[in-house]
Design a protein around this ligand. Structure first.
Ligand SMILES: C[S@@+](CC[C@H](N)C(=O)[O-])C[C@H]1O[C@@H](n2cnc3c(N)ncnc32)[C@H](O)[C@@H]1O
Length: 263
């Protein structure tokens, strides 16, 4: 995928494709983020959403005008400097929905590809160290991304609204932000002004449980009792996955993850 996203699951479909259902109507992903599972799975019809309006604007431009997105971002990357980074960050924060080109430029050049906002909703990640792989793309990658999104309905909304639209036979992949589970270990959980809490996870579990009989549902999260206890009669597969999302030394440790599904 063309963006770096904290908590991205690019390993999931590659390592566990056999866990995905063989057939379904719509593919629904209500915590879309970097969309790694969607781009690997390439479903025929999809409804993709995320609470982040700037991220959603980026996907709309990728779908509808991939060439402009590619060339304008490339132009900014060619003149990249620390000074330019902070100028663009300021302009980006002035527009509520940001600008997809600025978003992508900042995403590729910021510290560790992290997305973080302050309490005023401003993107506040510092510039990263420049390296040769910060934009390893060709126009063809953008055209492919656009094609993958052609039959997707893309919207900015809360996951509960997205889940309410699920119909019988749909497949929902749910990848919420991690909740905090250990005093000294704070995985990257904060994508906007709000933190996803244990209470949010309980509300999510209620919504998933209410759709259990009509949809295929796959959920990824930490393998911890606080998660497991919310899905007592679901299938539960423990996996081991190293996560590099925190950026801090203490975040770089083996985190156990689990896949929870109802089919
Ligand atoms: C763990 S990330 C998803 C990562 C994605 N699976 C990937 O592979 O890149 C969680 C996403 O949930 C979004 N999010 C947080 N709260 C949300 C909410 N209430 N409704 C919808 N999306 C939300 C965040 O903006 C973030 O993109």
């Amino acid at each position: 995928m063309i963006i770096k996203w904290p908590g991205g699951k690019k390993w999931l479909y590659k390592k566990h494709s056999s866990l995905f259902p063989n057939s379904y109507n719509n593919y629904i992903e209500p915590f879309f983020g970097g969309g790694s599972v969607f781009f690997d799975l390439a479903p025929k019809k999809a409804r993709l959403s995320d609470i982040n309006p700037r991220l959603i604007s980026l996907y709309l431009m990728l779908r509808d005008d991939p060439e402009k997105l590619f060339y304008e971002t490339l132009k900014l990357l060619e003149s990249h400097s620390d000074t330019q980074y902070y100028e663009i960050r300021k302009k980006f924060n002035k527009a509520k929905k940001g600008s997809p080109v600025y978003f992508l430029y900042l995403n590729r050049t910021c510290f560790n590809g992290v997305y973080r906002e302050n309490l005023k909703g401003e993107f506040n990640v510092p510039v990263g160290k420049r390296n040769s792989s910060y934009f390893p793309f060709q126009l063809s990658d953008f055209l492919q991304g656009s094609l993958a999104l052609k039959n997707a309905e893309i919207s900015c909304c809360d996951y509960l609204d997205a889940m309410k639209k699920a119909k019988k036979g749909d497949f929902i992949y749910i990848d919420p932000p991690y909740i905090k589970y250990e005093k000294n270990y704070d995985a990257f959980r904060k994508y906007n002004e709000k933190v996803f809490s244990q209470e949010d996870l309980e509300i999510l579990a209620d919504a998933a449980n209410s759709l259990k009989k009509k949809c295929h549902i796959l959920i990824s999260n930490f393998d911890i009792d606080a998660v497991k206890d919310l899905f007592p009669d679901w299938k539960y597969k423990k996996i081991q996955q190293r996560t590099y999302i925190s950026g801090k030394a203490e975040g770089r440790k083996l985190v156990k993850e689990a896949l929870i599904f109802n089919y």
